[in-house]
Design a protein around this ligand. Structure first.
Ligand code: GDP
Ligand code: MG
Length: 452
């Protein structure tokens, strides 16, 4: 969803890089373009203004960091300011000292409250908590039914009493939570098409009764600055503690995500990225900023990879890389791991777009391709797998034959292997701005594939 903005900002940086030296003039031009890019991405005009001023001030007064080139410094300043704009660090859910903690889910109709309530119950359960849900949307029976169905699918308890008033339902639900030892009560509230006094009165009564540890405002990213405006209004009238921005999988321009924090002062805690119950992600300002700026969402990628890959194996792979004995056999094992990770394109989108990785974004990887690569490596002798230098012309022909592929394909694989080695080395070693950042991270395996 940040693609346009991302493309534009990267173009600005590229121009700057091309000019080598930073001057007041090219800095001005760059800032102007960044400003336009932000406004086009539907970032709130005031937020944009603050952002540009902050970057200008820092860039002009920047002490010289010898480790970075002038352009890299500007990129770093823009990155840091963007992280600040997005909220600095990931905002965790607050819990009450004494369970059950109550989380109220509020927002306008159709923004995704009920869906997000279900998603949150799944998220909490996965994190070792034991939520119970209740819908207090007494105006639309279908709305309560919707949550009941979600509860059944997710196997999360729900309170489904006969009370007719929201506060009565909420009170009973909390009693039920206490009696059944649940530690979080998720309250899905009714919405309206517009903010009105009745709704606010109702929500305030619920707030008073429940003393919630979180009031999460659910905003539809597709509505852009309207989402920001209603978040602000809800905050002024009710006091929200965080925002869930839904439908980030759509083609919204991202302005809401970039403005909500600065306008409301409340953090974006989660983003919804699909209709299914697992399509909820904690919001990480630093990762999103880096994704926008094209440094890739390396951390998300790493998380995704470690989620799916045996940690021990990953560490072993990293050791091998550092010791320079990452063999073709390891390469093959990584390919197999990659297949487990699911759609490669989505993974690739998270990767940095600089250095050796540039080609990766355009790479279409189909799973048959991986199967073929694995077959090629399988047709090698253990000796060849351990030392790719051995693989001369005759051996290439034999391997091609053995795997039912062509010499050309064997050559391509060897080239990919060489690129993977190089790429992973640049990850784990030094290598510029990104390399330095990554140097500190423990990088698991699973990234070992090269462009085609
Ligand atoms: N694509 C997408 N659709 C979503 C997301 N969250 C909610 N929806 C859809 O938005 C519509 C309204 O959601 P619902 O939870 O009923 O909204 P509520 O009226 O605020 O309770 C439903 O069709 C949901 O499937 C999301 O993150 N991505
Ligand atoms: Mg609903």
């Amino acid at each position: 969803m940040f693609e346009n903005l991302s493309d534009k900002l990267q173009r600005v940086f590229k121009t700057l890089r091309g000019e080598g030296k930073l001057t007041a003039e090219n800095m001005d031009a760059a800032l102007r373009e960044i400003r336009v890019a932000l406004l086009e991405a539907d970032v709130h005009f005031r937020v944009t203004k603050q952002f540009i001023e902050a970057v200008r001030e820092k860039a002009m007064g920047a002490e010289v960091l010898t480790a970075l080139s002038p352009t890299q410094q500007v990129i770093k300043i823009v990155r840091d300011e963007m992280v600040k704009m997005l909220g600095t660090h990931q905002a965790k859910l607050r819990m009450a000292n004494e369970p059950p903690s109550v989380i109220m889910i509020v927002g306008l109709q159709g923004s995704g409250k009920t869906t997000s309530t279900g998603k949150l119950s799944r998220y909490l359960t996965k994190n070792g908590q034991s939520p119970i849900m209740v819908s207090v949307d007494v105006y639309r029976p279908a709305a309560r039914k919707q949550l009941s169905i979600l509860a059944r699918d997710l196997k999360v308890p729900i309170y489904e009493g006969e009370e007719t008033k929201p506060v009565d339902l909420a009170r009973s639900a909390r009693k039920e939570a206490v009696q059944t030892g649940r530690d979080v009560l998720l309250v899905d509230t009714a919405g309206r098409l517009h903010i009105d006094d009745d709704l606010m009165t109702e929500l305030s009564q619920l707030k008073e009764l429940l003393n919630p540890s979180e009031i999460l405002f659910v905003a539809d990213a597709m509505t852009g600055q309207d989402a920001v405006k209603s978040a602000d209004e809800f905050h002024k009238r009710l006091g929200i503690t965080g925002v869930i921005l839904t439908k980030m999988d759509g083609d919204a321009r991202g302005g809401a995500a970039l403005s909500i924090r600065s306008v409301t002062g409340q953090p974006l805690k989660f983003v919804g990225v699909g209709e299914k119950s697992d399509a909820l992600e904690p919001f990480h300002p630093d990762r999103v900023a880096e994704r926008i700026l094209g440094m890739g969402d390396v951390l998300s990628l790493i998380e995704k990879v470690t989620d799916n890959i045996d940690q021990k194996q990953a560490e072993e792979m990293q050791r091998k890389l550092l010791d320079d004995d990452f063999t073709l056999g390891d390469f093959r094992d990584q390919m197999k791991q990659l297949k487990k990770l699911g759609p490669l394109e989505s993974l690739l989108g998270m990767m940095p777009q600089i250095g050796p990785m540039k080609d990766l974004k355009n790479m279409k990887v189909d799973e048959n391709e991986i199967t073929r690569l694995v077959a090629i490596v399988d047709s090698m002798t253990p000796k060849e797998r351990n030392n790719h230098m051995l693989i001369n012309g005759a051996r290439r022909r034999r391997i091609a034959k053995g795997s039912g592929t062509s010499v050309q394909e064997v050559n391509t694989l060897l080239k990919q292997y060489a690129q993977a080695r190089k790429m992973m080395k640049s990850f784990s070693g030094g290598g510029g701005f990104l390399g330095k950042r990554l140097g500190k991270l423990k990088l698991p395996s699973g990234m070992g594939f090269g462009p085609q």
